[in-house]
Ligand binder design. Structure first.
Ligand SMILES: C[S@@+](CC[C@H](N)C(=O)[O-])C[C@H]1O[C@@H](n2cnc3c(N)ncnc32)[C@H](O)[C@@H]1O
Length: 195
């Protein structure tokens, strides 16, 4: 009986969240020479397996298709690219990317002291795209930190990266005291300093 209470309490302390940065809809073959990702199946998996929270990167034109696949309580944050690729004949340039997110350690947020320090992240981040990372769509470190902040990931949490690419998300999760692990063949990062 006592043991069960202990397990329950521990589960409340830690969160298992996922980040998915798949090839964007319509871009899989061109950028990654791979098949299109089944976004409906991916989102179902995020919802079912990660009730604590998740974030999904996407392109702005795909929002029309992706949002109807999402639960009603998702939020949309924006990565505004202060430097971006300009495509010939495209006006205006596509210069931001949505990050759809759900849950995280965000309920019962404390009220900040009047005139005190900002204690919540903004739902947008301004950062240039990465260059010379050897992978189209590699996310900047600052963007990864901001995504973990959106979900309020802390020490002791687990971060499962579904499409690691350069592995930057795992490295940034590790800054919050993480060690790598594998879950269902996917790269995962577990922050483990629960005392
Ligand atoms: C947008 S990139 C991820 C970039 C990564 N977040 C980063 O910042 O480095 C998408 C990655 O998913 C990989 N990928 C494509 N199809 C996949 C699949 N079915 N399962 C897992 N990864 C896949 C691509 O090769 C590519 O490395």
């Amino acid at each position: 009986m006592q043991m069960m209470r202990y397990v329950q309490t521990s589960r409340e302390l830690v969160m298992k969240i996922a980040y998915a940065d798949p090839p964007y809809i319509g871009q899989a073959a061109r950028h990654y020479d791979c098949a299109e990702i089944d976004h409906a199946a991916l989102i179902r998996r995020l919802v079912v397996e990660f009730p604590d929270g998740w974030a999904l990167s996407a392109s702005s034109p795909s929002l029309r298709e992706i949002l109807p696949m999402c639960p009603i309580d998702v939020r949309i944050a924006a990565w505004a690219k202060s430097f971006c690729a300009f495509k010939r004949g495209v006006r205006p340039a596509y210069a931001w990317e949505p990050v759809i997110f759900r849950g995280g350690r965000n309920s019962n947020a404390p009220v900040p002291e009047k005139g005190g320090k900002q204690i919540t992240p903004k739902d947008f981040c301004v950062e240039p795209i990465t260059l010379k990372k050897g992978l189209v769509g590699a996310k900047p470190e600052k963007v990864c930190r901001w995504i973990l902040d959106l979900l309020n990931v802390q020490c002791g949490d687990t971060v499962v990266d579904f499409f690691p690419g350069t592995g930057v998300m795992s490295r940034i999760a590790a800054e919050r005291q993480a060690c790598p692990e594998t879950v269902n063949g996917l790269v995962a990062t577990s922050v483990s300093n629960i005392k």
